[in-house]
Design a binder for this molecule. Structure first.
Ligand code: MV4
Length: 447
């Protein structure tokens, strides 16, 4: 097991990882920018190293500073959290070259999944169902027309170097195809330095369902069920839940089994998320994330398993603490992302939190790095905390969520709490009846 882990992140996830390290008896080092000297995780860590000024590229993305901090403090592993360097293959390779363990998959696995064409090809080879479309990059208009005619309109053009909603264009008919292909490719070249694009059948009303997987690094793979993350705004998740209100146990076991086997065959190590669009009872792979995700606590709530413990165990060569048959699903969990933003316009609202009171009681978890008197710096994303609620079933979970939202107090800044108080009283949400477009329509006043 590791002696000392360096946490290369900030905010609630840095605290989340720090807690796991403490429980495992592992020493902690945090790196932080000058803007985060007052952060909770900096206070709670055994050691801290200031690695630069507020802009991320000069601090949380500065690989050389982070490697230097490892060497100065004698850290034997790095946990990257999510965002920042968590899916940076070069970072994983550089740490390996310095005999420091990256708590995550190999640089090669990160690289494969970062290239969306390669990821899709790999998924298909491993027996994961994918969205019908081109087999690889599409360059000329004639080929594009042939593929689109074959799969049928509407189609979507996606950048291979994109992901997470960046660099996509929809063509409703052949009349839109030429411009969609041209602009998608040009924009991808400008944004990512890679103009490769591919074509898929455009699914009009899917849900976003993702499967939590783990590889143990010894050729075994397991799944921890799915999360439904359909409630998004501009590709930012707002509300996530597990299990998905749309799936039954049979569908869960089937798609979970496919994903676990794929992870085993890939020889993957650590936590991963396989993302699907789900429509008319069918799953269609879109992307794989090679990190721990923001919404991992809903999976922890329904399985009772600490996923950060598992990441650390796997990275240290100790394997997973559970086999597939030990992973049991219990009840229902919902996560609300509390952002320092206007609840209607989503304009960031940094500043001082004058009063912070979190809800408690059975089934309530709050993951947050903020406190009364804390000043939110304007340089980073606006997530200030996550409310995760668990119940024996979805109805009980929603009852508890409504009560917990009533108790939650954040004064001094605007937050997205009022949005959740609206959502928890909405009939479609109560019925679990929503797709990936529901939230944007609701915010536009159409639902
Ligand atoms: C799609 C799609 C419809 N059809 N692919 C957006 C983020 C990126 N991960 C994939 N995305 C989509 N891919 C096909 N073939 C619709 C979306 C999409 C979306 C997906 C998940 C959650 C919210 C979304 C909002 C708009 C579009």
């Amino acid at each position: 097991m590791f002696q000392k882990i360096l946490i290369a992140n900030r905010g609630e996830i840095a605290l989340r990882v720090l807690r796991a390290c403490k429980e495992l008896g592992i020493q902690t080092v945090v790196v932080h920018s000058t803007a985060d000297a007052d952060a909770m995780h900096v206070r709670l860590a055994d050691e801290s190293v200031c690695i630069g000024p507020p802009p991320s590229r000069d601090s949380y993305l500065n690989i050389h500073q982070i490697v230097a901090a490892c060497e100065i403090t004698g850290a034997d592993a790095v946990h990257p959290g999510y965002g920042f360097l968590s899916e940076n293959a070069k970072f994983a390779d550089i740490l390996a070259a310095h005999n420091i363990t990256f708590i995550g998959p190999s640089g090669d696995h990160i690289r494969i999944m970062g290239d969306k064409i390669e990821a899709k090809r790999t998924a298909k080879r491993l027996g994961i169902p994918v969205v019908p479309g081109s087999d690889g990059a599409v360059t000329d208009q004639k080929e594009a027309r042939r593929i689109a005619a074959e799969i049928g309109y509407p189609v979507i053009i996606k950048a291979s170097a994109g992901g997470g909603g960046r660099g996509m264009k929809v063509a409703l008919t052949e009349a839109d195809l030429e411009i969609a292909l041209q602009t998608a490719s040009t924009e991808a070249g400008a944004a990512f330095g890679d103009d490769a694009v591919y074509i898929e059948k455009y699914l009009e009303k899917p849900r976003h369902i993702e499967v939590q997987v783990f590889g143990d690094g010894f050729g075994r793979g397991v799944h921890f069920g799915e999360r439904d993350c359909s409630l998004q705004r501009r590709h930012q998740k707002v509300w996530e839940e597990a299990p998905s209100p749309a799936l039954n146990a049979e569908e869960r076991a089937r798609i979970g089994g496919i994903c676990a086997k794929a992870i085993a065959d890939l020889g993957y190590s650590g936590a991963g998320t396989i993302e699907f669009l789900y429509e008319n009872g069918e799953f269609y792979f879109i992307e794989m994330n090679t990190r721990l995700q923001v919404e991992h606590p809903v999976t922890e709530a329904i399985t009772g398993i600490d996923l950060v413990h598992e990441q650390i165990r796997v990275a240290s060569g100790g394997g997973l603490s559970v086999k597939q048959e030990d992973i049991k699903f219990n009840g229902h969990a919902i996560e609300c992302r509390i952002n320092a933003e206007d609840p209607r316009t989503f304009t960031p609202s940094p500043g001082t939190i004058t009063h912070f009171h979190t809800p408690g009681g059975l089934g309530i978890r709050v993951d947050s790095g903020v406190y009364s008197g804390y000043k939110i710096p304007p340089y980073y994303d606006s997530l200030i905390g996550k409310l995760i609620v668990h119940g024996r079933n979805r109805v009980e979970c929603m009852m508890r969520l409504r009560r917990a939202l009533d108790e939650f107090v954040v004064d001094g800044i605007k937050t997205t709490l009022p949005l959740f108080r609206d959502l928890v009283g909405n009939a479609d949400i109560a019925n679990g009846d929503y797709d990936i477009h529901w939230l944007e329509k609701y915010l536009a006043g159409e639902e």
